[in-house]
Design a protein around this ligand. Structure first.
Ligand SMILES: Nc1nc2c(ncn2[C@@H]2O[C@H](COP(=O)(O)OP(=O)(O)OP(=O)(O)O)[C@@H](O)[C@H]2O)c(=O)[nH]1
Ligand SMILES: [Mg+2]
Length: 209
């Protein structure tokens, strides 16, 4: 098996007023609408059922959660030594204006000030046309001189015959060029896990060079 996990622990949880940690190891962040499957994807990457808390109720993750992976590990069959950062989800209908404003501040501050951010993965639901919030998030990431890697989640929910059409809609709406990866992913089946790890490894290795 590739991308083995020796160690994964929730090291830091940041709220609105917390100081962000100054990590030396690369961070890879996961952004996306609430309920899109960010925490589930992190659990799938880590082969854990519930290290990252998931919920069918949107708005579960409201803090920035840093998971330290494989500290000090350098063997090629292991996932790289890095942080996976679970960002709070946006766009759930029941959020008050205060919650929405708080969310925006947290994400913007994170994107602007994290010194060791190596890549941002933007998750969108494979079944849905990306919305205004997804486009805004994409632009925020680009404004920080990074091209987001797009992950289309819940692949198990679409028929094979619909897959290409769904991916094409996502590419067009988010203006993702053909050279940029768009990865279909399913936390239910684990499909896409190695592809995502390969991109994390690449980003982590290139960071700071
Ligand atoms: N079928 C299927 N369900 C999924 C998949 N990924 C996530 N889910 C379900 O979608 C719901 C939301 O998943 P979470 O991982 O909590 O979503 P999140 O993006 O972390 O949500 P917030 O923390 O609210 O931002 C849960 O009920 C998951 O079981 C997937 O690949 N396939
Ligand atoms: Mg979550």
């Amino acid at each position: 098996m590739r991308n083995k996990i020796r160690e994964a622990l929730l090291e830091t949880v940041c709220g609105v007023t917390s100081r962000l940690p100054e990590n030396r190891v690369p961070e890879v962040a996961f952004a996306g609408k609430s309920n899109v499957g960010k925490s589930s994807l992190i659990n799938t990457l880590l082969m854990r059922k519930s290290l990252a808390r998931t919920s069918s109720q949107p708005g579960k993750t409201q803090t920035i959660n840093y998971y330290r992976i494989n500290a000090g590990e350098e063997r090629p069959d292991f996932a790289p030594d890095c942080y996976l950062v679970d960002l709070p989800g946006y766009g759930y209908a029941s959020a008050s204006p205060e919650v929405k404003a708080r969310w925006g501040k947290m994400i913007e501050r994170y994107l602007h000030t994290s010194g060791s951010l190596a890549a941002v993965f933007l998750l969108v639901d494979i079944r849905h046309k990306p919305g205004a919030n997804d486009k805004m998030m994409c632009e925020w990431i680009r404004a920080n001189a990074m091209e987001p890697v797009i992950i289309a989640t819940k692949k198990d929910k679409v028929k094979k015959t619909e897959l290409d059409r769904c991916l094409k809609v996502i590419r067009t709406e988010l203006k993702v060029g053909s050279g940029t990866p768009l990865i279909p992913f399913s936390s239910a089946s684990g499909e896409g896990r190695d592809e995502v790890w390969d991109l994390i490894r690449e980003a982590a290795a290139g960071h700071g060079k």
